[in-house]
Design a protein around this ligand. Structure first.
Ligand code: MN
Length: 130
């Protein structure tokens, strides 16, 4: 079965890149541009994995992570924080807020999908042709 990833990210370029990389490995990706939309999408779709930008407008990623974890059906879903390298303390705060792990921005196209797979406990896949 195709694994589904929900991307909660306000930056269109990051959404595009992450979606491109994940789809190339056969994942199905949906996206939300802010925390409120992300919570609605996560609750409706129950994705297999959530990639969560920490720097979001209105509701930051920590608040979104806590809200996601308060939904019983999402209690075990891997939530991977995507944090800026420069933001010291983001990692610890994101783990405290309930995230499973974190990936640093800028997204490294070479390692991004394999890092998502490792943090989610999924088998490693290679890009598909075409
Ligand atoms: Mn952002």
């Amino acid at each position: 079965m195709t694994r589904r990833v929900l991307l909660i990210e306000d930056n269109e370029q990051n959404r595009y890149l992450a979606t491109f990389l994940l789809e190339r490995h056969g994942y199905r990706v949906s996206a939300a541009p802010d925390g409120a939309a992300g919570l609605v999408a996560a609750t409706a779709e129950l994705p297999d994995d959530i990639l969560l930008d920490i720097q979001l407008p209105a509701m930051d990623g920590y608040a979104v992570a806590r809200a996601l974890r308060s939904v019983p059906a999402l209690a075990q879903t891997p939530i991977i924080a995507v944090t800026s390298y420069a933001m010291v303390g983001d990692r610890e705060r994101s783990l405290e807020a309930g995230c499973t792990g974190y990936i640093e921005k800028p997204i490294d196209p070479e390692h991004f999908v394999h890092t998502v797979e490792r943090l989610s406990g999924w088998p490693r896949t290679e890009p598909q042709a075409g």
